[in-house]
Each structure stands twice: as C-alpha cells, then as structure tokens.
Ligand binder design. Structure first.
Ligand SMILES: C[S@@+](CC[C@H](N)C(=O)[O-])C[C@H]1O[C@@H](n2cnc3c(N)ncnc32)[C@H](O)[C@@H]1O
Length: 241
C-alpha cells in the first residue's frame, strides 16, 4: 500500500481545487445525500458540526443553511481561501474555516455534536489516526457521518482500486481508494465508536469526462444489485456512546 506522503497529497488537493474542483454531482443530488445522512439527527439549532476535509466548502454551506454551526477544516490552504470567499459572498453566519490536518486536530476533546466527512476518509491509506482524532473531538452521543467511494460497487472498485493504483488518474489523488464497510467498521470500532449504520447511495456525475458511461453503469448496477452493492457511494453513521 502507498505511504501517506502529505506534501504530495497537499499538492494534488491544491491542484484539484484550482482545476475542476470537487463538485461531482448536482446541488440537488448533494442536498439529498446530506438528508440521507442527517435523517436520524434531531436538528437542534446551533449543533456544532466539524466539516472535516471541507474542500471549498460545499457541504459546510449546505449544512449552515440547515442551521448547523459549522467549522470547516482542510489541509489545502487554496481550498480554504475559496471556501471563505464563497461564504463572504453568500453572507452566511455561523460558519468558520481554517487550514488544518485531520490527523492532528487543533480542537479540545468533546467539542462537536457531528463530525462530517464528505469524501475524505478514502484519501487515507491508514485510517487509525483519523478515527482516533474524530473520536476525541466528538461529544458523547455525538456522531460521525461519512460518505466515500464504495468498494462494493463494481465500477467504483475497478476505477479506484485497480486503475488508479496502476496509473494515477487525472483528478484522483495517488492515495485514494474505494472503501469497504468492514474496514471502516474495524478501525472506527477500535477507536471507540459504536452503533454503526452503513448504506449505499447513487450519486450521479455531472462531470463531462466519462459522464455517459459512468451514469449508465451507476443506473445499471443500481437496478441489478441490492443493499450495499447498489450505490457508488458508501455512507457510514456511527456514534460516540
Ligand atoms: C474529495 S475532497 C472533498 C472535499 C469536500 N468535503 C467536498 O465534498 O466537496 C477531499 C478533501 O480532503 C482534504 N484532505 C485530505 N487530507 C486531509 C488532511 N489530512 N487533513 C485535512 N483535509 C484533508 C483535501 O484537501 C480535499 O479538500
């Protein structure tokens, strides 16, 4: 497995930020995915959410619009500059961004009601440190909500775990790989989390490259398989009890 080379990763993330960005699906599709993850959460106003690996702030902004109080962190300073600019333009309150590393979070223990990881966990060859840090900063009864490429989905598995490993694809970071529920459960359980809930979700692509092939394969696999093999996205919810 490839080692975690942070400088190389930061360079890749800065380049993606300055290139086509992370907006893979339509705004409506993202909002629906968020609702899917938040469906069991009682939305008490001003719940504190840490948007971990927030990128240019897409999910942070969606969550702020749902009245959550947001802190977004990302290792790419270029992404944080863009996130701050978007929020300023929209005039949103209760949303704050800073450059930071998920593996060394600069927050006190038990700070956040929700740690939100949107397309982030799959960038780490070893998730142990990430899971431990998320456990530390999550409040008791707080939750981690995450979504990532689903290794149980045939198309996603081939692209991420075979092709991208052999030849680093454009727009992909060298370390990224699709994830299996079992791997996530093992590492997050060891960190202390409980009450796991995994699901799969179809997030269509609006990007032009391979758009037709990707969306056709997503639809075909969605109709062919059931349960966790259906959707290209794997979602995870777990709790600090
Ligand atoms: C696929 S992007 C997702 C961005 C955003 N969550 C979204 O959905 O638009 C992954 C993000 O994780 C960030 N990231 C990767 N490693 C990180 C680390 N160690 N600490 C903080 N952020 C990290 C990258 O800079 C990038 O912005």
């Amino acid at each position: 497995m490839k080692t975690q080379n942070k400088n190389l990763e930061i360079k890749t993330f800065d380049e993606i930020t300055e290139g086509k960005g992370y907006s893979e699906a339509t705004e409506e599709n993202y909002r629906d995915l968020l609702q899917h993850l938040l469906s069991d959460i009682k939305n008490k106003p001003k719940m504190r959410v840490l948007d971990v690996g927030c990128g240019t702030g897409g999910n942070s902004i969606r969550l702020a619009k749902l009245s959550y109080s947001i802190t977004g962190i990302d290792i790419s300073s270029k992404a944080i500059v863009q996130a701050k600019a978007k929020v300023k333009q929209l005039g949103l309150k209760d949303i704050d961004f800073c450059v930071g590393d998920i593996e060394n979070l600069c927050y006190n223990d038990n700070t956040f009601d929700i740690c939100f990881c949107g397309g982030v966990l799959h960038h780490f060859p070893d998730l142990k440190r990430v899971a431990e840090e998320l456990y530390r900063v999550t409040k008791k009864n707080g939750k981690v909500l995450a979504y990532d490429p689903n290794a149980l989905h045939l198309y996603v598995f081939v692209v991420h775990n075979i092709i991208n490993r052999a030849i680093n694809l454009q727009g992909f970071s060298p370390n990224e790989r699709a994830l299996k529920p079992k791997e996530l459960m093992t590492v997050f359980k060891t960190a202390g989390f409980m009450n796991f809930n995994f699901d799969s979700y179809v997030l269509s692509t609006k990007k032009t490259e391979w758009k037709l092939i990707r969306n056709l394969s997503y639809t075909a696999l969605d109709k062919t398989f059931s349960g966790l093999r259906k959707g290209n996205i794997l979602t995870m919810i777990c709790e600090k009890t």
